[in-house]
Design a binder for this molecule. Structure first.
Ligand code: ATP
Ligand code: MG
Length: 450
């Protein structure tokens, strides 16, 4: 029987990468090759792939390098990057930085934290794409490498590289780092964030804090009572509800015609929960396209309040809507069974009837609050509220009686028109003239232009 041709020695097979050759070579040959590479300039040390980099710093063969991976939402990765930065600062000269792979140099990313107390932009620079070697006795008793790649084009990932023998330590380190993200060490926690859609899906930015007090809004007492119950369930009564197995608060749906103060009420609630809850304001694009992703992110920020203003613009009725995908997404995301422990939702709608009944079901929103059109007494108080800062001797009761059918926003507009036309001083007759003229009413210009 003919003997098969002897297999070509691995070292002489064509098309092998430098890393494969290095992996096969003995430690001395590897050292010599590395020096030669640096001299020739083909492989500067910072551009070696992450596995050879890790192998070198862990003191093992590349085949003995183990990876413990976490693939999370973008903001979780940014916050892990921030922890990496803190550890790099803490251990200073002891750490070494390497390439994230594919010949790319290490790169940094910015986390935008909005404005500071003086109105200046606050930013932190964190590792975006890189590998960092931490020697034994720094982040763990054994040497470990942390690798981050925060862009989705590159498979977003955070990895702890260790020797195969130290894989348990790597897993514990990953667990501790992730606990720190969900704990206090998240610079985005407790802030007001805006969720929209960017080039790579969901994009989250920081907004100025919301400053809206109850005194700006006149609503029936029973509405404030519902709001107080909702706030108590989210704050003072939260732990008690949980310990009794009575579930947690999921959400509030605020319904009412245009201009009755729904958006303002949401702002009042968000301001009341500021600091304890991270507020995430979703714009229409985010609601339509990346809602599930947004809720996944919300968990990174500790207790969060997701605000979905004007959901009726995005979620229609199953029969009426041509595009049912946003509704299906919404129903699945807010389903009671899949509800997240610490994510509250507040949504507003002009027309609860237009919302699919399933979207209103009690396990998606605990409470539905209806804001009515203001009656004459309420209109009087709204006029007083908006006229108050001017300090004019005007009795608003008769004027309010004439504003039948007006919303809170209309009443505010009456005062705004008066200020536009007369400045800071006007009398009851001048205000009455504006009320009667109807100039405060937003109307469509029906004249035809030829
Ligand atoms: N009940 C009210 N008391 C005092 N001010 C009010 C009241 N309702 C509305 N306003 C005034 O009108 C403004 C606009 O109201 P808001 O935007 O909250 O209405 P909305 O119900 O969200 O309307 P839309 O359905 O058009 O979004 C508020 O910022 C507030 O100044
Ligand atoms: Mg609104």
């Amino acid at each position: 029987m003919p003997t098969p041709p002897a297999e070509e020695p691995a070292s002489r097979r064509p098309g092998r990468t430098v890393e494969e050759i290095l992996a096969d070579a003995g430690e001395e040959a590897r050292g010599a090759l590395r020096v030669l590479g640096e001299l020739v300039g083909n492989e500067p040390p910072g551009v070696a792939g992450p596995v050879p980099f890790a192998a070198r710093h862990l003191g093992v063969d590349p085949l003995a390098v183990a990876a413990t991976r976490y693939t999370g939402p973008a903001s979780a990765l940014a916050v892990l990057g921030n922890l990496m930065r803190l550890e790099m600062e803490r251990h200073g000269a002891a750490v070494a930085i390497g390439s994230p792979g594919e010949g790319a140099p290490p790169a940094w990313s910015q986390i935008d934290l909005g404005l500071d107390a003086h109105g200046l932009p606050l930013e932190v620079t964190v590792p975006g794409k890189m590998i960092v070697a931490f020697p034994a006795g720094t982040i763990a008793p054994v040497p470990l490498c942390l690798k981050i790649v925060d862009t989705p084009q590159w498979q977003r990932e955070f990895t702890v590289l260790s020797t195969v023998a130290d894989k348990r330590v790597a897993e514990e380190t990953m667990k501790r780092l992730r606990e720190r993200v969900c704990g206090g060490e998240n610079p985005l926690r407790g802030r007001v964030l805006q969720a929209s859609v960017g080039d790579c899906g969901l994009s989250i930015g920081v907004c100025p804090a919301i400053d809206a007090g109850r005194e700006g809004l006149v609503l029936p007492d029973e509405v404030w009572r519902e709001v107080d119950v909702f706030l108590a369930a989210a704050t003072t009564r939260r732990d008690l509800l949980r310990s009794l197995g009575l579930g947690t608060n999921r959400g509030l749906l605020v319904a009412g015609p245009p201009g009755v103060g729904k958006t303002y009420l949401v702002r009042v609630i968000a301001a009341a929960l500021a600091g304890r809850y991270t507020t995430i304001l979703a714009d229409a694009h985010a609601m339509r396209h990346v809602l599930a992703e947004l809720y996944a992110e919300a968990e990174t920020f500790g207790p969060s309040l997701v605000v979905l203003d004007d959901i009726d613009l995005v979620l229609g009725h199953r029969d009426a809507s041509h595009d049912n995908a946003p509704l299906a997404d919404f129903l699945a995301t807010l389903d009671g069974a899949r509800q997240r422990q610490d994510v509250l939702t507040i949504a507003t709608t002009n027309d609860p009837q237009s919302l699919d009944p399933a979207a209103q079901r009690a396990n998606r929103f605990d409470t539905i609050v209806s804001l009515p059109l203001p009656d004459a007494a309420t209109r009087t108080r709204i006029l007083e509220r908006h006229l108050g800062p001017l300090g004019l001797p005007i009795d608003p009761a008769d004027l309010a009686a004439e504003l039948d059918g007006a919303t809170g926003a209309d009443v505010r507009e009456v005062v705004r028109r008066a200020v536009l036309e007369h400045g800071a001083t006007f009398d009851t007759a001048q205000l009455a003239e504006i009320v009667r003229s109807g100039r405060w009413r937003a109307t469509v210009n029906r004249r035809k232009y030829l």
